[in-house]
Design a protein around this ligand. Structure first.
Ligand code: NIG
Ligand code: FE
Length: 414
């Protein structure tokens, strides 16, 4: 099966010229080809170039998608979500709008634990049904690869139920899904006052099973006061490595806790949130190349401060953006909205936000060799946007600009 995309006004390749990510000033360079075409063979990109160099006679047995002068980008990669969940928390949202904070609501038994309560009562089949609806929306909004975390089960059966749902969805749905085990998301009620007992459960019961059944690629932990301290995270993430799960961290979100430094010590693949990262932490990320995954939707939704994207980029860290889609701290899966927030609130340029949503997000999932840019040999995951210039994505906000999503070389029908 082959497919040609023709009459592309701007082909935004986001080529990193073989590097896994783009840093510093190179984030301004989107590798744009004007008046372009793309040839896809099966699910792989075979050729990219200018229309005048495309031989129309070579398209005999090829399906042709006329892009009518629209804009083509790599599919977005959302490298941090909690997309599998049950229930909703609009009441907490309303409480915050009248002054309550995220931490106060959590202390009253709301927050993560309220979703844990719902997930524990929901069969896997139902979790998958709800998730499928969202996954379809993600594709329509241009996301072709998504990472999904467990972390709303917080006991062996329910964490495994979540990870099985995520793993099964990956083989059943067209979107690519990366699975992350987040048993260390919060302390479940049955272990209040006995955090060590819960860490022991993760290590002795959950990780061996998850490792044996191959239910996750990454292991994440929430490093925060009242949740898991550096020692807990160190113990869990070191143990996870023995089962082949690579480390990620939720860190420096609600307070500055040396999370980025801990990520460097543990050689994590990414460290996410970072609203309160220290200057030492920024230098540690720049020195190690660990991806800083910034989640501006959380800052908007919780009315918290934004991560210092400018400092991170200017000092040479690898910066990605993601949604954190979940019912408590960011009820949005729109990467396009995250790009607007990144520009207006974190002072990133439109070009930097595109890099941060594509090739650098691929780096946060160790997928740069196959995804994140439009280059010969990479997966044919592309989106066609109905806008006059790529800068319209963050500029004309609150709008879905995606006209067509192409996943593995197939034009999706919705
Ligand atoms: O990434 N910070 C911890 N966990 C989630 C919030 C999940 C929730 O509130 O349900 C986050 O923001
Ligand atoms: Fe998160």
């Amino acid at each position: 099966m082959s497919l040609a995309l023709i009459n592309i006004k701007q082909l935004v390749t986001v080529s990193a010229k073989g590097d896994r990510a783009k840093i510093g000033k190179s984030m301004q360079d989107l590798g744009i080809i004007e008046n372009a075409a793309v040839l896809i063979d099966n699910s792989t990109i075979k050729w990219i170039g200018r229309m005048e160099n495309l031989s129309m006679s070579s398209l005999k047995d090829t399906d042709v998608l006329d892009c009518f002068n629209k804009i083509v980008l790599p599919g977005f990669i959302d490298s941090h979500t909690h997309l599998v969940f049950a229930g909703s928390r609009e009441n907490e949202f309303a409480m915050r709008s009248s002054g309550a904070t995220y931490q106060e609501i959590a202390a009253r038994g709301g927050g993560i634990l309220s979703t844990v309560n719902s997930v524990r009562q929901t069969p896997k089949k139902e979790l998958k049904k709800t998730a499928r609806k969202y996954l379809n929306q993600l594709l329509q909004h241009g996301t072709t690869t998504v990472e999904i975390k467990s972390g709303y089960g917080l006991d062996a059966d329910n964490e495994i139920k979540m990870l099985e749902a995520i793993t099964e969805l990956n083989s059943e749905e067209v979107i690519s899904i990366v699975s992350t085990f987040l048993g260390a998301h919060a302390i479940p009620p049955e272990y209040f006052g006995n955090k060590d007992g819960y860490v022991k459960l993760i290590i002795e019961k959950m990780l061996p099973y998850i490792g044996k059944k191959n239910l996750a690629t990454y292991c994440d932990a929430f490093n925060e006061k009242g949740y898991f301290d550096a020692n807990d995270c160190r113990t869990i993430l070191t143990e996870a490595r023995k089962y082949g799960l690579k480390p990620k961290l939720h860190a420096d979100e609600l307070s500055s806790g040396g999370g980025a430094e801990l990520a460097a010590e543990l050689d994590a693949v990414s460290v996410d949130h970072l609203e309160h990262i220290s200057d030492v932490g920024i230098r540690a990320l720049a020195a190690t190349g660990i991806v800083a995954v910034l989640l501006p939707g959380v800052s908007l939704f919780l009315n918290h401060q934004y991560a210092p994207a400018r400092k991170l980029i200017d000092q040479g860290a690898v910066v990605a953006i993601a949604t954190d889609f979940n019912p408590g701290s960011c009820m949005s899966y729109s990467m396009q909205l995250m790009m607007t927030l990144a520009c207006t609130q974190m002072k990133m340029s439109p070009e930097e936000t595109i890099v941060a949503s594509t090739i650098n997000s691929a780096a946060a999932l160790n997928l740069s060799e196959t995804a994140g840019s439009i280059e010969h040999g990479k997966n044919a995951d592309l989106i066609v946007l109905d806008i006059p210039d790529y800068k319209f994505i963050p500029y004309h906000f609150g709008e879905n600009h995606v006209w067509r999503t192409i996943k593995n070389g197939v034009i999706l029908e919705f």
